[in-house]
Write a protein that binds this ligand. Structure first.
Ligand SMILES: N[C@@H](CCC[C@H](N)C(=O)O)C(=O)O
Length: 275
């Protein structure tokens, strides 16, 4: 499969990015896992391919480190948007994903805004196993009479998210609870698990246990989901700074069209050749 790649990250959430507009790239789950392996492979949270498109500048596919293809990846979308704009010399780029056509715009030096589209808020869009109010679903962790965590919000950003609101994100049981909820029966397609501490009406501290990748330094769609889940419950305004382990993202759930706008940085780490 020898072919060039770019190693990139968005706030430390890292990717192997393959340009596939002139030569198809369709890795098997085993090949994805081998590339993503941090001991024996290149090591990354997700793999990204930039494919040809007749409807946008490109089409983009994402795979988690566990080998499964997924519908959205916010931090990687900023990296792809930047690559497309650097190649075209323009200040805007669009690309197809399973979540729809996304538009990226420059927002400073190696800083990109991506219109992530409208969040999915109906239980069937998450999806959930049964009908529930996604502002606060019937799910709890710990003893029935004294739950550790409960009544999280659920949001789809083209991928499923559940967001628990916690007193202190630094001490939240991310590594213990994340894997338990990731594959919980309520989520037939699995789920990304956010732990959000509301610091102010315009500031959230967030940790995310990602479906198929575990605890990452940042999760762009997770940040979008946390802002939407918080704003729906009146905990924050519709625009806030999301503090992730790897850095900050500014997320706005726009009143005018209901779209979620994610703004943040990216890094090009190095180039290489897949073995
Ligand atoms: N890190 C990404 C999310 C990648 C996919 C996610 N783990 C899923 O399985 O849906 C982001 O920045 O959004």
């Amino acid at each position: 499969m020898s072919r060039p790649f770019l190693k990139m990250n968005g706030l430390g959430n890292d990717f192997v990015v393959v340009e596939a507009r002139s030569a198809p790239f369709a890795p098997s789950a085993d090949e994805v896992r081998a590339i993503a392996d941090r001991e024996r492979g290149i090591g990354c949270d997700q793999i990204v391919s930039i494919d040809p498109s007749t409807r946008a500048d490109a089409a983009v596919r994402f795979w988690n480190a566990d080998g499964e293809e997924v519908g959205a990846c916010g931090n990687a979308s900023r990296c792809v948007g930047w690559l497309l704009m650097e190649a075209s010399g323009r200040d805007e780029a669009s690309f197809e994903t399973q979540a729809g056509i996304l538009t990226a715009r420059r927002a400073g030096e190696k800083r990109i805004s991506v219109d992530m589209g409208e969040p999915g808020l109906d239980w069937k869009q998450i999806p959930l196993e049964e009908a529930m109010d996604t502002r606060g679903v019937e799910l709890q962790v710990g003893p029935i009479d004294a739950p550790l965590l409960h009544t999280p919000g659920c949001v789809s950003m083209g991928n499923p998210h559940v967001v628990f609101f916690v007193e202190d994100a630094e001490t939240a049981p991310v590594r213990e609870v994340g894997p338990m909820i990731e594959h919980h029966r309520l989520f037939p397609e699995g789920v990304n698990v956010g732990f959000a501490q509301i610091k102010a009406r315009d500031r959230i501290r967030l940790k995310v246990w990602e479906r198929g990748a575990g605890l990452t330094k940042a999760c762009g769609t997770g940040a979008c989901a946390a802002l939407v889940a918080a704003a729906r419950r009146g905990l924050t305004d519709r625009k806030a700074t999301l503090e992730l382990d790897g850095g900050d993202l500014v997320i706005e759930w726009r009143e005018s069209d209901g779209h979620v706008i994610m703004t943040g940085g990216l890094e090009l780490e190095f180039t290489g050749v897949l073995p």
